[in-house]
Write a protein that binds this ligand. Structure first.
Ligand SMILES: *Cc1c(COP(=O)(O)O)cnc(C)c1O
Length: 466
């Protein structure tokens, strides 16, 4: 039977609960939740098995940049599968899709990038980063330079290296992480640490934590600093404008490699091909995944800047690293077609000049809602906080008791209203919609979110929580 033709929702849900262990889920009977079954996607919408249409304000999981249902990606994949479904790129072999995509990525990336290393995901890309920067320093005659500095509340994936680079205690607690030689400094969250300071002052202060850490460890021990230009899963945390240029200056001063994890911020999400350009920084490595193929086929990798690539070429010696699916031809053709769509539909400039500023204006106006303490957006990323009382400044807002899980309640009301958003602990609500969204669709999304907020407020009042 083709499950897509005739869907028995309860049967699927029962089988899912019986056999499928979901990522980031609690497997106890008590906490197991019935899964919503998603069966179809078109443009910015998905449909569940009951036929309900949902506006996807999260672009899948931060990845569906060109929207669902792109037949031309399916056609490109079909043609490649029939021609050459798989071949590896080990042992000095290659194939046209990998060659073509590497050249294309070099073309659209900042000028210091002329080489690409392919992986299957963002996590694998960051594993590659860890090995590559340590290999680089060893080749430079400084094998002791291996510490990588990351940030609390960063998200860099879920492999051992990815979770170690990441800054979530909940992930470090499991699996004896972080790996040796990975340390963390504070995140540039103005909301968290900026009380009594201007954002500009706070941005410089948060960057200075990197310098303090480098001096504490000894610059001759530090290999690299890694950060998401805008933290995604950690809560769409937009650093003050002074932060990244100061980080760049500090890395330059001590010779520390700068790595931008652009798995979320790449491929147009901030109105530039890469978020590094938005913040005016020149990283040595860029991790990419998600938007490179808009999630149609898994693909990730690392853009390798000239400083590292040229040094490795000059020194020689094998880099003993790679994946069976590095440069998988199906992922590469999907990415190529995806990038063609982004180019032909002018999505990067559209987000930068038109729909991005419009989304910012509409999303930030949600701060007028009685339940919203503050709302901020950059490009096609947004985040807002649900609060019990609004104070004179964002630092004086009064949150809800965490145990009430108001964010989860709100997320359910968003689903009920027909829009998918993400909520994270601390009652923070995030969006990361497809880049194809028009102004009319932005209006539609904001209206649905407003309905969801109204319903949440009504329930909170009914329960006596607000
Ligand atoms: C999603 C994500 C990753 C991990 O990518 P996977 O494809 O899930 O392994 C890494 N970094 C950032 C910033 C991400 O958002």
């Amino acid at each position: 039977m083709n499950m897509n033709d005739h869907i028995d929702t309860q049967c699927l849900q029962a089988s899912d609960a019986a056999h499928h262990l979901h990522p980031f889920a609690d497997y106890s009977q008590k906490h197991q939740q019935i899964s919503r079954v998603i069966v179809k996607g078109e443009d910015i919408y998905v449909w569940d098995s009951e036929g309900r249409r949902l506006l996807d304000g999260m672009a899948g999981l931060w990845c569906m940049n060109v929207g669902y249902g792109r037949k031309r990606i399916a056609d490109a994949v079909h043609a490649q599968m029939t021609r050459l479904a798989y071949y590896n790129t080990f042992f000095h072999t290659t194939h046209p899709p990998a060659v073509e995509l590497a050249a294309k990525l070099v073309e659209i990336s900042p000028p210091q990038f002329n080489h690409v290393f392919f992986a299957g995901s963002g996590s694998e890309g960051n594993d590659t980063v860890v090995r590559l920067v340590r290999h680089y320093w060893a080749k430079q005659g400084h094998p002791e330079r291996k510490i990588i500095i990351s940030r609390h509340n960063a998200y860099h994936g879920s492999t051992m290296a990815g979770a170690s680079l990441g800054g979530w205690p909940s992930m470090h607690q499991q699996g004896d992480l972080p790996l040796a030689g990975i340390v963390h400094i504070g995140q540039p969250s103005y909301l968290e640490g900026g009380r009594g300071k201007t954002p500009e002052q706070f941005g410089l202060e948060a960057a200075s934590w990197l310098e303090h850490k480098i001096l504490e460890l000894g610059a001759d021990k530090v290999a690299a600093f890694i950060g998401e230009p805008v933290q995604g899963a950690g809560g769409v945390i937009v650093p003050p404008p002074t932060y990244w240029p100061e980080i760049q200056r500090i890395c330059g001063k001590y010779g520390v490699l700068l790595v931008a994890d652009e798995v979320v911020t790449g491929f147009g999400r901030l109105g530039h091909w890469f978020g590094s350009t938005y913040f005016g920084i020149q990283p040595d490595l860029i991790t990419f995944a998600k938007g490179v193929s808009s999630g149609y086929v898994p693909l990730g990798g690392v853009l390798v800047g000239d400083r590292i690539a040229h040094a490795l070429m000059a020194k020689g010696g094998e880099f003993n690293h790679g994946f069976t699916y590095s440069g998988h031809p199906i992922g590469c053709v999907a990415a190529l077609e995806n990038i063609r769509i982004i180019e032909e539909e002018n999505l990067v400039a559209q987000v930068r000049d038109d729909t991005g500023p419009y989304l910012k204006q509409r999303f930030e106006a949600l701060a007028q809602h009685p339940l919203v303490g503050d709302a901020g957006a950059v490009g096609f990323l947004g985040g807002l906080n649900l609060v019990r009382h609004k104070g004179a400044t964002v630092h004086d807002n009064v949150p809800f008791d965490r145990a009430l899980e108001v964010g989860m309640l709100c997320r359910a009301h968003m689903f009920g209203s027909g829009v998918i958003v993400r909520t994270i602990p601390g009652d923070r609500l995030l969006i990361s919609p497809p880049l194809t969204m028009t102004r009319a669709q932005i209006d539609e999304m904001i209206a649905l979110i407003t309905t969801g907020l109204d319903k949440t407020l009504a329930e909170l009042k009914q329960r006596g929580w607000a």
